[in-house]
Design a protein around this ligand. Structure first.
Ligand code: SF4
Length: 106
């Protein structure tokens, strides 16, 4: 029989509390996982010109400097976070499927 140390127990409890308290963080993890299940390359990446459609909303040129690798991309994360905020502020439940996100935001 293995024993759980006090440190392991504290760590597990603090992680559980953070996850319970931070629904946005949990949602971000789920929606990124969903996005990865549908897209190998960023859905906002213009392969032909190397542009980022999200950046182009704010900048004239808006190049993607990551060749469409969206995992950990700050532009992609900002988009997800602001989408979550917008949906929640409207009193709606954010979708868990990435394909439903754009119809929820716009
Ligand atoms: S900058 Fe990020 S969000 Fe934009 S196309 Fe590249 S990977 Fe996608």
């Amino acid at each position: 029989m293995s024993m759980v140390t006090e440190d392991e127990l504290k760590k597990a409890l603090s992680t559980a509390i953070i996850e319970k308290k931070d629904p946005k963080k949990r949602w971000l993890e789920r929606i990124i996982k969903s996005a990865k299940s549908y897209h190998k390359i960023c859905p906002y990446y213009d392969k032909r010109l190397g542009n980022c459609f999200l950046r182009q909303l704010n900048e004239k040129k808006g190049k993607c400097e990551r060749e469409g690798k969206f995992d950990g991309c700050p532009v992609f994360m900002d988009f997800l976070e602001s989408s979550y905020d917008k949906i929640v502020n409207q009193g709606r439940i954010p979708p868990i499927d990435f394909r439903d996100l754009s119809s929820s935001v716009y």
